[in-house]
Design a protein around this ligand. Sequence first.
Ligand SMILES: [Cu+2]
Length: 176
Amino acid sequence: MNRVIAPMRQGAAVGAQAIVSVLIAAIMLAACASGDVIPESTGTGPGATEVETPSVTASVSPAAPADPRVACEGIEPDEPPLEIAITARSFAYDTELIEGPRHCQPFAIVFTNKDPQEHDLDIRADGVLGPSLFDGELARGEVRYDVPGLPAGEHYFYCSVHAGGMNGTLIVSEQA
Ligand SMILES: [Cu+2]
């Protein structure tokens, strides 16, 4: 639906933008033509205009690493979530590569843990040190992880308890 409507809305937006541009140009021309120049104050006596110094209020806190999932905001799923089965046994996943999810499309991991110990499946963007994309609950037996849409890329999945031996690559493909 959206794809059909999009070109029309885009056209309207471009039209509106053009009108705004013309208006701005007209206003700027008018301002120049009037020749109003605000005199700079040089005196300090009565009548001297105070020059306001713009206060710098912008915070300079170090930029927090952006959440890559922001890229998927507003993107609606175009089909039911893909289901991917993963099994953990003897402190290992049965695969080191998960493929199939597409850009910003939610998917489900049906996770079966055959060990008596708890395992889970977490996902980080890009690599082991990347920002967290998904945090699965520790579980025994079968659990379903509903993973939100993730941006395309090669991400890293791992067990939060045994990451050294339980990890792999999750490939999220570009939008088809
Ligand atoms: Cu584990």
